[in-house]
Design a protein around this ligand. Structure first.
Ligand SMILES: [Fe+2]
Ligand SMILES: [Fe+2]
Length: 203
């Protein structure tokens, strides 16, 4: 049923996020298993726990506006999660880590936009309880986005660049260059085959 008022639109948007967050509790463990970098695995695992708390908080918001907690198919999150599945099938190693971060940041930005709008609507509707609960989750999503940014900038994207450089070297003959980058590239290559084998076992 199409929303006819701001309060109905608010509930529709709440249902969208309730469905989206529930889908993310299924996607995040897969992303943690697929990630190679320990810091990235830990970030996905801790955001899973945070997401479970956010779902409970959304249920409090539903109660604060006198509605039953119910989801409505969230096409936005479905699309981003699908892209992540494709990346997990097609990529490996540090390059997969870089793709997982890119996908996770797309999710965070979707959530930041959604919770920002919901908190603003709650304010317009003069529901302070809902506004403060939604504001709390909004801050958590912003922090999750910043953390992903830090991980990407500190290690993961550099490793992806180095592992790509190593593959190019492997195709040619210049293996004598050595150096830290080449060693890291080589070890990341080994991890890549391990992670592929590990995922094979899980299937
Ligand atoms: Fe969330
Ligand atoms: Fe999030």
């Amino acid at each position: 049923m199409a929303a006819k008022s701001l309060s109905e639109l608010f509930v529709e948007e709440l249902r969208d996020m309730y469905d989206g967050e529930n889908r993310l509790t299924k996607a995040l463990p897969k992303m943690a298993r697929a990630a190679e970098h320990p810091e990235l695995q830990a970030a996905f695992t801790s955001h899973l726990k945070e997401t479970e708390r956010q779902i409970a908080r959304l249920e409090q918001v539903f109660r604060a506006v006198g509605e039953e907690p119910r989801g409505k198919k969230c096409d936005g999150i479905i699309g981003i999660v699908e892209e992540g599945k494709t990346a997990m099938e097609e990529l490996d190693g540090a390059v997969l880590d870089a793709a997982l971060i890119a996908g996770a940041q797309k999710v965070e930005h979707y959530e930041i936009a959604s919770y920002g709008t919901l908190a603003y609507f709650a304010g317009l509707l003069r529901n302070d309880r809902a506004k403060s609960l939604l504001g709390e989750t909004l801050e958590e999503e912003k922090a999750a986005d910043r953390k992903l940014n830090d991980i990407a900038k500190s290690r993961v994207n550099r490793d992806a660049l180095l592992s790509a450089g190593m593959e190019e070297e492997g195709n040619g003959t210049s293996r004598s260059r050595g150096g830290t980058g080449a060693r890291r590239g080589a070890s990341s290559g080994r991890r890549r085959s391990t992670s592929r084998a590990a995922r094979g076992r899980k299937r």
